[in-house]
Design a protein. Sequence first.
Length: 368
Amino acid sequence: MLPDLTMHFKSTNKLTESICLVHFNKTPGGIEVLLPGIVRAFSERVFNVFVIRPSDGLSVYENINCNVTYGSRINLKAIFKLILFARRNRLSVFHVFNIGPIFLLTLRLAGVRGVVYSIHGTIYWHNWIEKTVLKLIWHLAVDSERHLFTSNSDYSGRVFNEKVYPGIKPILLYNYFDLDRFNHDTLSGRPNNISKIIYAGRLAAGKGLEKWIKTAVEIHRCFPDIGFDIYGSGRLTGPVKQQIEKSGASGYIIIRGHRKDIENAYREADLLLFLSEYESFGNVVVESILCGTPVLVLDIPSMREIFRDFPEFILRTDDSLAEQIRDRLSQIEDLRDLALKARRQFGRRFSMEAHIKTLDEIYRTFDG
């Protein structure tokens, strides 16, 4: 249930003319993959999009009915372009995703009518200087009478409330998943042996990739028939490749890059090993479970929230990591059965219907 939001926003049956989405990148990622479904679900509304950082590569907006405007790699230019965009669309509802306090302040100064700020992260600064400056900007940027906040997990919402802006209680809005796309192939049984372990996600800092490769090398010594595939791309592609070569693991650890049909990569795998050190949520672990493939993850808050009823998928964060994984691999049939049980629960918790229903109620608080 949503809290009573009518104290600041008049709600009527009249729909706001348009929704403006603002986020950083156009390429597929944890946030970006959600956006085409939102645009399609609200077909009665007009969507205008502002992508802060222009980039090469795939766009999540290909064949999507919306207008896309790009900012700049240079902050001042991006701010200027966002101001122009915001002034043109100031009567629209702005739904923004993890854009940070500077760009949120830009929207406030531009005079936009209302903002839905979706929290998809837990790291806001890296040292005391950044903390001092950014926390001040956050307090200048937030307008409690015109801004609503959502969080993609209880954990990310709690971090924001405790560290960034006390008094803001974000509405829980879990990421949604396409249950038609991410589904278990019941027609093909899996062999008893384990032949493939995968990673899926961005090759970026904080994803535990160095630890993942070291662990894969250790596991391979005990299970030489297992191959390891890495799906994704990012800034650490080069360093990851170098570490694999330096470890002498090029024959069994393969970087596959981005794969459009990642659901088939999950189904082809026996296990998703995900050793990220911090996540506000964790799309790939839910996707894998929905495809019927077990996962093993580190014991971090977001993973405890996702697997609150299935702790068997969680690994202790100590020096026995490889040993723990070897023990779980010896019980792979139990993990597979548990994945199917978790899949049924996840289908309810993380459905698109639940996400869109809550988002529709939020959008409607601004209508009128």
